[in-house]
Every structure is written in structure tokens, then in C-alpha cells.
Write a protein that binds this ligand. Sequence first.
Ligand code: BTN
Length: 319
Amino acid sequence: MQTTKTALLALLKSGDFVSGEALAEEIGVSRTAIWKNIQKLKDQGYNIVAVHNKGYSLLESSKELNETTLKSLIESSQLFDQVVYKEVVDSTQNYAFNILNQSDDNIVIVSQEQTKGRGRFKREWESPKSTGLYMSLVLRPDIPNHKMIPFNLFISLAISKAIQKVTGLDAGIKWPNDIYINNKKVCGFLTEIVAEENTVSSIICGIGINIKPSNEISKLATATSLLGELKDKDFDLVHFIDVLFQHIEIYYNMFMTKNFKAIKDEWLSHSIIFNRKLKVTQSSGVIYGKVLDITDDGQLLIVDEEANIHKVISADIEI
Ligand code: BTN
């Protein structure tokens, strides 16, 4: 449900002056409620001016990450019905599973600290306070199981393009679930599903992005962060999340309506796994080799050192 604050932000979005009376009438609350909510928005970092006989005008949106800013970001989203913000949570992924059956909504859960962040292959995902962005998407595709195969390809392209658009950094995709900058991991994501009778009813996709350098990241020679790469350049986290949500919406819609072929060329231009020696670990064993191609449905073709070709659908890759 839309709160008074979110409704106010939507009405003030254009930057034009709107009178307190008009706002009160439009939202259906008293003028005192308008005034109180304007004060709350100011406390949350929104730059709103009040001019006698003209009303209120939003000069600048808030750069603070909180429930109000996130709610206003999804206001124009055709994808997300709900956003949940948690300052700290055990894992946004666990939280998503806990609320999964409360509705059929598409939900995004965002946090700036996790106490039990988890990664692929039961690894821990270090999630120290205010240095990373931790989010889980709850999506309801209702598609046959086999149609899930290219999901990670669409999402990886969405994340890589959003990072590139906002930071200008070259964010490469390391198949299947990682984003790298300058040969170091900046983002990993984890896709889990709920399926019934061969139909995927829910996707729970957890995305972890390193935003600022932290002790935990510095310990790892193979990891980096957006601000670590940007050095002194400006970075607006709320704007980044806005662009990320927009890209997720675009590429999720494409995933639902098209096959991987539609984005294959673009995906290939972002991929960093070609022309390198790889160690590919699958549950069935380890292969050393190079990527020959990716099939139209998103499976990797690896040629090993004995020139055998392997079709790989899920694996951990070391570059
Ligand atoms: C990986 O590279 O292994 C995937 C990491 C996924 C981490 C994210 S952070 C948000 C969500 N909550 C979790 O506990 N994990 C995912």
C-alpha cells in the first residue's frame, strides 16, 4: 500500500510547486498530515522547500538508503509490487523464503548488513555493515523447469549493464553468476527456485555487490568493490539501485518473453571467460580447458586439454 510519504514524493517528482491544499486533497489526508510527512521526508534527506502562496517543491531526492527511498524507486516499477528494507538481517535470501507464501507479489528485499549471508556451494558471503548491497528478488514466473536455464544469463547482463551505466567501469560477466571488474569479483548472485509439478512458481535470486572497500574484501586478492575501483569519483548508491532495478525489470521481461538468442551477442560482448584457460568444477569432476562456445539455450561448450568437448550447464569456474 502507498504511504503518505511515497504519495507525496510521486506528486512532487516533477520539481514543480504544489500547494499543501492540493497535496492534501489528492492524497486524502489533512494539511497537518502533509506538513508532518514533509518534515519526515526532510529528515530522511529529501531537499524540499516550502514557499508562501506556492506550496512545496522537491529540489533533490534523498541519497540515503531507507524504506522511503526504496518505496519511491519501485513506484514506477511494473515488476516489483513490494520492497522490504532491513538495516540488518541474517540473510535477505532467508528472509525471502520466510515471506514467500504470504502473497503472490514480486518482492525485492534490500539490506546493508547480513549476519549470515550465504553464497553458492554453501559458502559464506561476507556482508559487513554499510560496505555492500545485499538484496533478494522474489519473482513468480510460472514457467516449466527447463525454461529456467538462461535466467542467470539475463540477470548477469542486467547487473553488468547497470554497473557499467552508473560507474563507467568495465563490468564483465564470469559465467554463470559473477561480475568482475579488472579481473576481480565485485558481485555474485545466487538463484534458488521453488518448483511444483515441473513448474517454477518462485525464483529467489540473491545478489551481493561490494560497494566500498572493507577489511573482509581487502583480505581477498580476488575481490574488489565499486568504490575501490572508482577511486575518488562520486557514487550515489540510491541512483545505482534505481538503475539496477530498471535493468532487472527490462532483462527479466526479456527472459520471460524471449530466449537467450535475443541477448546472446550482447552477453558475449560482456563475457570474460573466452580465450582463457579455465578450471571448471562440476559435481561430476574437474575439467581444465577453454570455452568453445555457448549454446543458444545458455550451456557452455568446453574443450579440454585432450580436445574432448563437454556441455556444462552448472559449474564453478576459476579463471
Ligand atoms: C556467490 O557468489 O556465491 C553468490 C553470493 C550471493 C550473495 C547474496 S547477498 C544477498 C543474498 N543473501 C544471501 O545470503 N546471499 C545473497
